[in-house]
Design a binder for this molecule. Sequence first.
Ligand code: NOJ
Ligand code: CA
Length: 711
Amino acid sequence: MKRILFVAIALIAGVLAGSCATEETTPQQAVVNSPSGENTLNFFLLPDGQPAYTAVHSGTVVIDTSGFGFEFVDMPPLKTGMEIMSVNESTFDETWPMPWGEQLEVRNHYNELEVVLKEKEAPTRTLVLRFRMYDDGLGFRYEFPEQEGMKEALIADELTEFQLTGDHTTWWIPGDWDIYEHLYNTSKVSEINALEKQNHPNLAATYIPENSVNTPVTMRAEGDVKYYLSFHEAALVDYAGMTLRVDTTSLKLTSGLVGSDNTDHKVKRTLPFTTPWRTIQIADEAKELIASKLILNLNEPNAIGDVSWFKPMKYTGIWWEMHLGKSSWDFANTQKGGETLTLEDAKGTHGATTKNTKAFIDFSAKNNIGGVLVEGWNTGWEHWIGFEDREGVFDFVTPYPDYDLKEVVRYGKEKGVEIIMHHETSAAPRTYDQQMDTAYALMKSLGIHSVKSGYVGRLIPKGEYHHGQWMVNHYNNAVIKAAEYEVAVNAHEPIKATGLRRTYPNMIAREGLRGQEFNAWASDGGNPPEHLPLVAFTRMLSGPIDYTPGIFNIKLKPWKENNQVNTTLAHQLALYVVIYSPIQMAADLPEYYEGKPAMQFIRDVGVDWQRTEVLNGEPGDFVTIARQERETGNWFVGSITDEESRAMNITLDFLEPGATYEATIYADARDAHWDMNPEAYEIRIEEVNSETMLSLKLAPGGGAAISIIKK
Ligand code: NOJ
Ligand code: CA
C-alpha cells in the first residue's frame, strides 16, 4: 500500500513538474503495460526535470522511482531540466525461428513506448527513451538522434538507476572489469561487498574498482509478495559492458560502465547511436526466468543468413589432460620460433599430437560425438611461460612438428568427426586481429566450422579491460569476420552474452563463468555443489555456456592430489540437459568413459532442441529441465541439486498424450554423496507416458539424468 502511494505521489510530482514548466499540451508522463497487463511502467519527470520511472508487477512496485541520465567528459550531464516532446505507443507481435537453440520458435510480443525528451535550456540536447514491455519483464534503451550541436558523445558514465523496494536475497558475482570467473555469492543487497573479492589467487586478470556486481544478477523478493528479478543487458554493441553499482543503504543499483585507463571516457560514439537495452526479468517463480526469451527478443533478427554449415554437436578434446597435468600445451621448452622447431625439440609431454588426435577421433566416432577440440596444436605456447610480452607470440596457422593438421582433418572426415580449432590469443587481441583473416581462411579451406577462442591474462594494450568498449568491439568483430568464413565462435574469457546470437547465430557459446577447469586446479576447493544450480538462474539467463561437463573420474586420481569435482557422476550427466549450449563437451579422458554404462546417456543425449520445459527450481538449490530433441523427438531430463539431498516427483505431462516411451533413468545410488561416494549411480528402465509421475531422489551434490525414447 505504502509503495503504491509513493508511485502515485511521484506521478503527481511529475505531472506538476511538467505542467508548471511548459505550456505544451504534450503529457509530461506516460504509462505502458505488457500485453497481458502483468507488468507496467510509469514514466515521468522529477521536479528538477530528470526523467524517471517505476515498474509494477501484478500490483506490486518492483522498481521504485529511478532516474535516467548521462555524464560526459566534455559536456554538462544530460539528466535534469528536460521536457517530454512526444510520446508514442505501439504494439509488436512476431514469431521467429531459432536456427539452433532451446526451442524451434520464439514469440516476441511487446508493447512499446517511445519518449522523446529535450533539454529546456542550452545546450537543448535531445534524447529518446524506448521501453519494451513484455509479460516476462521489460527492456529500455537510450537513443541519441542526430542533432545540432552534438556530433559525438564521450560518455563518462551512464546514470541508469534501479531502485529496489526491499533488501532482496541476491545471487551475485563482483563487478570485475576483466573476468566473470568468480563463484556466485548469496547475500542480501545490503550485504553485498564486491571489494572483498579482490586479488583472487586463481585468476590471471581481475579488476574490481568499486562495490558493484556483474550481470545477470538475480534476486528474490521475500516480503509480502514473493517475486524474482534479474538484471542484465541486451545487444551489447559498440559500448562498454555495464556493471551495477550497489548502494547497500538505499538499496539502489546504478549502472557503472567498464572503462579504460587510457581514456577519460568509457564510451565514445558518433551520433546517431543507441545504447544496449537495460533489461529486468520479472517472474513469480524462479523457473520462469530460465524459460524467458526477453534478452534474445531485444536483439535484432539474423543478419548473416543461413548458418546450416554449423551443426550443434557434442565434442571431446585434447584439453582436460592438460588441466590435469597429464600432458602439456607446449611442445618444447625451447624459446625458438615456430618455423625452426623440429621433432628433436620435443619435450615429450605434448598433448596435441597427430596420434593422440586420431585416438580422440576414433573414440568420438564410436560414441556418437561429432567434434574433437585440439588445444596446444600451434606454435607460441612455449613462450606463454613468461606471460608478459605476449604480442606477436601466438601463431594461428603454424602447427607444431608433431601435429599434422591436414591429416587429422582428413581422418576426422573419414570418420564423420569435425576438428574444432583453438585460438588462444593470450589477451593480445591486436595480434589476433592481424591474423584473423588468414586463420579463418585456413579453417575454411579445411572445412573446419568452429573455433574456441581464449583471452587469458591481462590485456595488451595495458589499461584496457576485457569488458570495456574497445574489447566489446573486438569480440563482436571477430564473430562477424568469422561468419564470412563460415566459422562459429565459442569464446573463453569473453564479453558476457547479451543475446547477440539471434543476430549472429555463429556466436554459438562462451565461457564467462567459473567453468569445470577450476575443479582441476583451483586452490579454493573448486566449484561447490551449489555452483550449477546457481549458474542456471544467473549466468545461464544470458546465453549458452561452454561449461564442459561429463567428468566421470570425480576424484581426479591419480592426477590431482588436492582437487576433485564436487558433484556426483549423475549430476555431471544431468548437466547436458540443464546447462544449455549447442556444443557440449564430454570433457573427461576417454579411459574414464570406456566400459561405463553411464556413457550411454552421453551417447544418446541431444544438443539441439525443439522444446524446453523448466519443471522446477530455486537458485542455488536445485533445478530440473526437460528438453525435446529436434531431430528425433526424444526427450531428455536433467535435475541437479546443491549439497542437500532432495526427493521430488516430476510429471511427464510434456510427452505426447497416448504415446508410450521407454525412460532410462541414471540416478544417484542410495548411498551416493558428492564427496564420500560420488561415482555411485544406478540405471533403471521404465515404461512411461504423459500421465506418469516419476519419483527422483537426488543425493547431496547429486543429480538425475533421464532419456525418454518413443517406443
Ligand atoms: C582458459 C580456458 O578457459 C581453457 O578452456 C583453456 O584450456 C585455457 N584457457 C588455454 O587456452
Ligand atoms: Ca577460463
